[in-house]
Design a protein around this ligand. Structure first.
Ligand SMILES: CC(C)(COP(=O)(O)OP(=O)(O)OC[C@H]1O[C@@H](n2cnc3c(N)ncnc32)[C@H](O)[C@@H]1OP(=O)(O)O)[C@@H](O)C(=O)NCCC(=O)NCCS
Length: 195
């Protein structure tokens, strides 16, 4: 789809549609590096439904990165984005992300969100690519009591055990503190970008 030539240390590979012959490898890569909870059969069916949104990065014909969506309430979001560790910090993740954004925009959707992993450098990766924190998503343990006023942010939406607080800027410290509150299972930023 596009050549990546961002900087002198950029990988000179190719971001393109995931080839059908590489489905298993792409699924395995996502399983190895992200919390993908999807059987290979389900992944294959999802690929068949949204082929234009399953992208891969090939370097000398080797599949080294993958990006594909999740669809939540009819909205396309970033489902999995992963690059093999030996190829990190060469611009491949950013290149995949921008290919994915173009593919999403081509569907008519004008914004994109991702539930970023609760790791500071992953959050900074997204921010470097133009994303900003929109919500702090706080997930509550099964059966736990939780008082939302313990989080010093406005609660915007609640969906069962998922509480969406409007983010006021980026604070990994606050995210870490919220994650340690009693009854909290996890806290992570939902990052947003206008396409
Ligand atoms: C996140 C991931 C896709 C980034 O891929 P990548 O090809 O290394 O990303 P890029 O080279 O485009 O990085 C762009 C910027 O992000 C930041 N970044 C990326 N990886 C980083 C790291 N390990 N430590 C610190 N900053 C990092 C840097 O600012 C980097 O720019 P720089 O190298 O010029 O300083 C890759 O690390 C990965 O697959 N991680 C495991 C899976 C994962 O966490 N996926 C995201 C789930 S939400």
């Amino acid at each position: 789809m596009t050549e990546s030539q961002k900087s002198p240390r950029s990988a000179l590979g190719l971001c393109r549609l995931l080839l059908e012959k590489d489905l298993k490898e792409g699924w395995q890569l996502a399983k190895d590096y992200t919390e993908l909870d999807m059987s290979f059969e389900a992944f294959k069916a999802f690929y068949t439904k949204y082929p234009s949104l399953h992208l891969a990065y090939y370097l000398n014909n080797e599949l080294v990165g993958i990006c594909f969506p999740d669809v939540v309430n009819g909205e396309i979001v970033i489902g999995s984005l992963a690059v093999k560790k030996a190829f990190w910090r060469r611009g491949i993740g950013s290149s995949l992300l921008s290919c994915f954004e173009r593919a999403v925009k081509a569907t008519g959707q004008e914004e994109l969100t991702v539930g970023a992993a609760d790791i500071e450098w992953v959050e900074r990766f997204y921010m470097k690519n133009g994303y900003e924190p929109k919500h702090l998503l706080v997930q509550i343990d099964d059966g736990a009591m939780f008082n939302p006023s313990m989080v010093p942010l406005p609660l915007e939406r609640r969906d069962g055990r998922k509480l969406y607080f409007r983010a006021a800027g980026y604070s990994p410290k606050l995210r870490g503190r919220v994650a340690k509150l009693p009854g909290v299972k996890s806290a992570n930023y939902i990052m947003w970008k206008s396409l």
